[in-house]
Structure formats: structure tokens, C-alpha cells
Write a protein that binds this ligand. Structure first.
Ligand SMILES: *Cc1c(COP(=O)(O)O)cnc(C)c1O
Length: 427
């Protein structure tokens, strides 16, 4: 067992002053046991911890590090921007460049507003959808995560659809009651819900490729069903592409599927590692935002010049190098390399481009209930075995791994080797 004395010390100190020792719960390693390592620095596909251990990183700060850590083009852009001032609170040209780039790349986006996180983006979509339609109810899917927004921290009890029960203390039951949660990939439940209360539904919010209960691709035709139901009943379709946007393709899942949502939430990759989100879509809907319209939304640091500079540098580098081809190639290498061992171990491997997850469950895994059948004790064993050997996967069965353009063919070969051993170890 590797010891990490410096990380242990830091975690003990952190727990004295930060709830649970972390600023976001998954970092505490609760679902795999043990304690987190503290990072000294990260470069390319590698993270080095404060005890000098190095890891091939498949978390990539939960998605943003699509070019690897500290890519020179992004770091240089931030340096240059910093010399011109850190925040202005009045328009700067980089905001316009970012808005134009997003509208050029993301098929459904005609107008866009910047915020500071994915949570802010989805929260603003909910308010805007309610303000635009004059309706209160929101439909979401069990296992989809849209940030820690009150209205979206709700999932159904298993089985038949139920009105929302909050997932978190502090979410008023009256608010949760306005959220309807459905099983993903189930068209019949969706149709029944719209037939019953379509006239009250402001929006359907979905991760078009859900990646927060492990990775669960939509069944063929399912996203088209969502589009049809929303159009037929006057509800807005909101794609939460905070994770998939700019990662699975230049224009996200909406480019790959041809399905056009009314609103899109973005974040992660578009910030280049700085705190950024955005939401955008139909101009007639977006024009309901203040100061143009009656829906209030604002932010002291929104459109921050450092964040815009970092994001623009990252997105332009992705575009310049057509990085998605390389990311798909690396993803395929990992999938091909693991195929035999996955089949022999009774686990289920899902991949979309450079996103992947390994369920310790027999397939098919088509919704959150299937994912929850995973053997999380085996996952924990698997996770620690890999970490000990220098491969860092997300520290939970219900998260998704990310490949970056900084990963090399050799990294993938080494990873396949470690995973094959880890699967035997965890069996
Ligand atoms: C990460 C994530 C969010 C929340 O973004 P934050 O920047 O953590 O607030 C929302 N939706 C999806 C799909 C995400 O993966």
C-alpha cells in the first residue's frame, strides 16, 4: 500500500477547516474509501501529488483538461490577458469573440450569455424556460446531474414516475414538487407524462449523453422523441452539454445527432480550466433575459477576460488541430485494448469519443437503475489497484473518465495493461 504522508497531513488539516476536507464532495474519495491525494502540479496527461507520486490522469479536472493539463497555448493566453487587467465589470472584446465562436460552432445557439459555472448555466436555463413559457414544471431524468441547482437536485423513486423528492436537505418540498423525474431511455414514460401534464411543462432538461451515473448513451431515436414531445406541447428542450459540449464534437451532441434543442447549457471544456459556463439558444428565447426582457440573470465576474482568453485559446486549438479525430482514435485504442478482458470479467464498458466508463455490472446498462446494480465494492478495489500503479480514474463507479490529446499511444497501452490486471484483482 502506497503511503502518502504529506497528503495525509494536508487532508487532516483540511478537515479541520473545510467541511469534509474538500470543496466538492466526490474529491473526498468516500465512494472508494481511503483519502484523496493532494496535487503538487499537473502537466499534459500527468498529475504529480505532493508526495512525489505520478499518475496518468483520466479525470482531467472532470472534463475541462481536453488538451491535457497546462497546455502552453492556454497558459500563454491567460498570462497575456492577466497583464491587461483581471476583471472589468464592463464589456470587453473577448466576450464578443467567445459568443461568436459558440454561435458558429454549436448548431442551435443564436445568442449566448456567459456565466461562471455549469451550475449557473443550468439554473439560468430553468429560470429562462419558466419565464419564457409562463409554466412551472421541469422534467429531468433519473441519474442526470445538472449541477447543484435546487430544482434539479431531484430524482424519482424507482419504478413508476413520482413527483420529485429532493435529493438534498435544504431543497423545499414545494419546489421539488415542480420537478418531474423520469427514467432515461424510456419513451413510454415520457409520452405518458406529456399526455397527462404537457400543458404545465416549461422544459425538459437532459444530458444528451448522460455521463453522471457512469456513461449511458441514448437509445437510437430517443433524443428525437424528446424533441417531438417538447415541440408538440410547447415546452423547451434544454440540452445540458456542460460535459459533452466541445468534447464529443465541435458542436456537441446536437451536431452529432442533428437534434436541435431550444437552449443549451455549456461549461467545462469551454473554460480551459478556469471557472466558466454559458447558456444559449434560440434568439427569441434568449431575448427574454434582462436587460432585453423580464427574466433576471447577472454576474459580477461573468465574461471575465482571463476566463474568456483561456477558453478561446483552448477552443481554437481544438479547432485548429481537429482534435476530435485524435480523441476518437485514442478512445478506440482503449476500447479495443480492453475488449477481451472486459468480456471475460462480466463488466460493461461504455464509450463515446474520449469519454468512457466501466460498470461492474452485466449489461445492458440503459438507465440509472441499471447503473445502480453495479458492484461498488469491486469498483473500489479496482480503483485503488489502478491508482497504486499510477493510473488515476474517477474515484466513483458513477463518474465518467476522460481522455485528452496529451495522452499518448504508450499511455493507453500502459493503461490497458493495468486495467487488465486490476479486473482480475477485483474479480
Ligand atoms: C459538471 C456538470 C454540471 C455542473 O457544472 P459545475 O461547473 O460543476 O457547476 C452540470 N451539468 C453537467 C452535465 C455536468 O457534467
Amino acid at each position: 500500500m502506497t503511503t502518502r504522508p504529506r497528503s495525509r497531513e494536508l487532508f487532516a488539516a483540511a478537515r479541520q477547516r473545510i467541511p469534509g476536507g474538500v470543496n466538492s464532495p466526490v474529491r473526498a474519495f468516500r465512494s472508494v474509501g481511503g483519502e484523496p491525494f493532494f496535487v503538487d502540479h499537473a502537466a499534459g496527461a500527468r498529475i504529480r501529488d505532493v508526495d512525489g507520486q505520478e499518475y496518468i490522469d483520466y479525470v482531467g479536472t472532470w472534463g475541462p483538461a481536453i488538451l491535457g493539463h497546462a497546455p502552453a497555448v492556454v497558459v500563454e493566453a491567460v498570462r497575456a490577458a492577466a497583464g491587461r487587467g483581471l476583471s472589468y465589470g464592463i464589456p470587453n472584446p473577448l466576450e464578443v469573440e467567445m459568443a461568436e465562436l459558440i454561435c458558429a460552432w454549436v448548431p442551435s445557439v443564436e445568442k449566448v450569455r456567459m456565466v461562471n459555472s455549469g451550475t449557473e448555466a443550468t439554473m439560468s436555463c430553468v429560470r429562462l424556460a419558466r419565464g419564457f413559457t409562463g409554466r412551472d414544471k421541469i422534467v429531468k431524468f433519473d441519474g442526470c446531474y445538472h449541477g447543484h441547482v435546487d430544482s434539479l437536485l431531484v430524482r424519482a423513486g424507482s419504478g413508476a414516475l413520482t413527483h420529485g423528492r429532493p435529493d438534498s436537505a435544504g431543497v423545499p418540498a414545494d419546489l421539488a414538487a415542480l420537478t418531474i423525474t423520469l427514467p432515461f431511455n424510456n419513451a413510454a414514460e415520457l409520452e405518458a407524462t406529456f399526455a397527462r401534464e404537457g400543458g404545465a411543462i416549461a422544459a425538459v432538461m437532459v444530458e444528451p449523453v448522460p455521463a453522471n451515473a457512469g456513461l449511458i448513451p441514448p437509445r437510437p431515436g430517443y433524443l428525437a422523441k424528446l424533441r417531438e414531445a417538447c415541440t408538440a406541447h410547447g415546452a423547451l428542450l434544454v440540452f445540458d452539454e456542460v460535459m459533452t459540449g466541445f468534447r464529443l464534437a465541435k458542436g456537441g451532441v446536437q451536431e452529432l445527432t442533428g437534434i436541435r434543442p431550444d437552449l443549451t447549457a455549456m461549461g467545462k471544456v469551454m473554460g480551459g480550466g478556469l471557472p466558466v459556463g454559458a447558456f444559449g439558444g434560440r434568439a427569441d428565447v434568449m431575448d427574454h433575459l434582462a436587460p432585453e426582457g423580464p427574466v433576471y440573470q447577472a454576474g459580477t465576474l461573468s465574461g471575465n477576460p482571463l476566463a474568456m482568453a483561456a477558453g478561446l485559446a483552448q477552443l481554437r486549438e481544438l479547432g485548429r488541430t481537429a482534435a476530435w479525430t485524435r480523441l476518437e482514435e485514442l478512445g478506440r485504442q482503449l476500447e479495443d485494448g480492453l475488449r477481451g478482458d472486459v468480456a471475460a470479467s462480466g463488466v460493461t464498458f461504455h464509450r463515446a469519443g474520449s469519454m468512457f466508463s466501466l460498470f461492474f455490472a452485466e449489461g445492458p446498462v440503459q438507465d440509472a437503475d441499471d447503473a445502480k446494480k453495479s458492484d461498488t465494492a469491486k469498483f473500489a478495489k479496482f480503483f485503488h489497484y489502478c491508482l497504486e500503479r499510477g493510473v488515476y480514474f474517477p474515484p466513483s463507479q458513477f463518474e465518467t473518465g476522460f481522455i485528452s490529446t496529451a495522452h499518448t499511444d504508450e499511455d493507453i497501452v500502459r493503461t490497458v495493461e493495468v486495467v487488465a490486471q486490476a479486473l482480475r484483482h477485483a474479480a
